[in-house]
Design a protein around this ligand. Structure first.
Ligand code: JBH
Length: 235
C-alpha cells in the first residue's frame, strides 16, 4: 500500500517512524510519502490561506497549492481522505475497508479548514475522528493511518490478533491477564487458569458483553445477540 499525506507539517508524522507502522514501512509493507503543499504555493510569500468570502473568523486554505500538490502525486486509483470535523465518523469498518486499498491520500486541514472546491473536486471521503475540534487534521490522519496499517494482512502477522479486536466482533474486547497468576494479592480469574477452552471462551464473551453493556450500550443495538447473550445481559 502507498500512503501519501498532504500537510503543512510533515514533521508532525515522526511518530509513524516508530513501532508497528515504522516496521511496516521499513519492511516495505507500506510506503509513505509526505508533501508540504506550501512548497506548491505560487504566492510570492508562499501563502496558503486567505480570508473567507462572506466574512467570518479565521482563515481558509486556498485551492491552488493543494490542487497543484495533488496533481504532482503519482496516483494509483487512490482513495482521497480529507480529515475534517464535518466528516463521517472514522471506525473499525472504515479501517478494514481502507486496509485493502492500493493507495490512500490524506489531505490534512489546518486553520478553519479548506476551500470547499478542495472537498468537492479532490475528496472521495470526508472523515472525522470524533465530535471535538482539534487545531488541524494531522493527528486525525495519524490515528487513521495507524488503525488502517495494522490491518494490512502481513503487518501484524498473527491474524488472530485482529479477530478479538474491540469493535471487530461488534463488542468491546474482554479483559486480558498475563503472568504472574497473583500480583500484590490481585488474582487472575480462575477460569483463565483452568485450561477449559470452552469455559474460557464463554467467560470472554460474557465479559465483552458486560463491558459493552456498561460502557457502550449503543454498540449492542448494532449487533445480532444470541439467546445466550440476551439471557446473560438480562440476568
Ligand atoms: O478528524 C477531525 N476530528 C476532529 N477535529 C478535526 C480538526 C481538524 C481536522 C480534522 C478533525
Amino acid at each position: 500500500m502507498k500512503i501519501d499525506v498532504l500537510t503543512l507539517f510533515p514533521e508532525m508524522f515522526a511518530p509513524l517512524d516508530h513501532s508497528i507502522v515504522g516496521r511496516a514501512r521499513t519492511l516495505g509493507q507500506v510506503e509513505m510519502a509526505f508533501t508540504n503543499f506550501r512548497d506548491f504555493s505560487t504566492n510570492k510569500h508562499h501563502k496558503v490561506d486567505d480570508y473567507p468570502y462572506g466574512g467570518g473568523a479565521g482563515m481558509l486554505l486556498t485551492p491552488q497549492p493543494i490542487f497543484d500538490a495533488f496533481d504532482a502525486i503519482d496516483k494509483k486509483r487512490p482513495r482521497v481522505i480529507v480529515t475534517t470535523p464535518t466528516g463521517r465518523r472514522f471506525d473499525q469498518q472504515m479501517a478494514e475497508a481502507w486496509a485493502s486499498e492500493e493507495h490512500l491520500i490524506f489531505l490534512c486541514g489546518h486553520y478553519e479548514g479548506f476551500d470547499q472546491r478542495i472537498h468537492d473536486e479532490l475528496a472521495t471521503d470526508e472523515v472525522s475522528i470524533g465530535d471535538f475540534v482539534m487545531t488541524g487534521g494531522e493527528l486525525a490522519a495519524m490515528v487513521m493511518i495507524d488503525a488502517t496499517v495494522r490491518l494490512i494482512p502481513e503487518v501484524l502477522g498473527d491474524q488472530a490478533s485482529h479477530e478479538d479486536d474491540s469493535f471487530s466482533t461488534g463488542l468491546l474486547e474482554y479483559p486480558h491477564y498475563t503472568r504472574p497468576a497473583e500480583f500484590r494479592g490481585l488474582k487472575v480469574p480462575d477460569v483463565l487458569l483452568s485450561g477449559n477452552h470452552a469455559k474460557i471462551e464463554a467467560w470472554r464473551r460474557e465479559q465483552s458483553l458486560l463491558r459493552t453493556y456498561r460502557r457502550r450500550p449503543d454498540l449492542l443495538e448494532r449487533i445480532e445477540l444470541s439467546k445466550a447473550d440476551k439471557k446473560f445481559i438480562e440476568s
